[in-house]
Design a protein around this ligand. Sequence first.
Ligand code: PLP
Length: 470
Amino acid sequence: MTVPAVTLPASSGRSAEAAADSILERQRARESSARTYARSFPIVPARAHGMTIEGTDGRRYLDCLSGAGTLALGHNHPVVREAIQRTLDSGAPLHVLDLATPEKDDFTDALFETLPTAFADRARVHFCGPAGTDAVEAALKLMQTATGRRGVLAFTGAYHGMTAGALAATGSVAVKEPVPGGGAAGGEVTRLPYPYAYRCPFGVGGERGAELAATYTERLLADPSGGVVRPAAMILEAVQGEGGAVPAPDGWLREMRRITRERDIPLIVDEVQTGVGRTGAYWAVEHSGIVPDAMVMSKAVGGGLPLAVIVYDREYDGWLPGAHTGTFRGNTLAMAAGAATLRYVRREGLAERAATVGARMSARLDGLRSELPLIGDVRGRGLMIGVEVVDPEGPLDSCGSRPVAPELAARVQEGCLRRGLILELGGRFGSTVRLLPPLVITDEETESVLERLTDAIAEAFSYGAAGRAA
Ligand SMILES: Cc1ncc(COP(=O)(O)O)c(C=O)c1O
């Protein structure tokens, strides 16, 4: 670990812990009750480097959350710092709306170099407001404008963001239910089944489940009494992130491409979390070879700073000047940090490394299932890994899966934090432990993550077993 030694506000020991506690206390008192990660991780980060975060109390953690998948190169990577420093030193304006700048030009070059050729050749880019959800809104609006249609096809388990249109397309009932109309303000959404072998919507699992999901979609759209007016777009994730690291089979994705193309429905692939090497390919669409009509990008494309874009086929470029504006579309530092990150990931073959390390981690975790049967399923793609935690003695369903065990999953997460490992829960009922380490994770760090996670799972298993015996 190479975090440079600097003096902390309270350097160590009890006084440092007390200082951290009072910061946490003030946050609890003053911030919104929607605080999220801060609830599971009551730590006060002071410095970070690579995949290590150090708290103001001097405790160190391996960060397998990476800013929810934003930090492809981990914290404070030298190429990102150098790009930011160089831009600051150059005196470039830090905010320019959507004016042309050398940094934007360079970012666009770097981005287009990474795109599948068939897509890049016909691509247009639109810089959106800075968050992933802004880019999702832009993509939906673009396709509504281009097609003159309104509705959207979206999937069970999907996560697209928290603003109206993105929330409407999102699957999570928990975030929609408290909003009157359940997020309906974002427009009419037809919910389709996403292939999820372990909790198959058709109760069969495996390839057959994915085939049925495709057949259902095709027949519903073809049915003149199916109730679905031809929509403006279909939006999907090639690997569902917040949904629990659920990868769609390549064959199913190709079916979605065929079905949408045959019906003249634009296909939007949301690569906000899967992009920039995370899944073992630069863009997750490359695994299946599909060419979408639009891709939504954020998180890692800004090198850790806020940046979001949509890239789409020029055929859909029907917006009038000013049709989709926004103040924060010209973040020069994010463009410089993003261009440096995009190029580094390509130059260093980090997508390939994500594929190799991810396969190793997944295989090791999968190998623990017989010994630690609260591991119900290990899945994902590249360094986007999910471990679904189940009740090891619950009844098997028709797919051979056991019931979710969110309390045990929370115990695993808490046990990991005690061991100095930060990782997030996601998926149905928050029962999937999610690993999103930076793509630069070393072999040594990989081993530490696996060791700490295995110990925490074993501890939760013993706790569960003790509870059952009592
Ligand atoms: C696939 C996907 N789309 C959209 C978003 C929304 O991005 P943001 O949180 O930056 O609005 C997320 C966030 O996790 C995401 O995973």
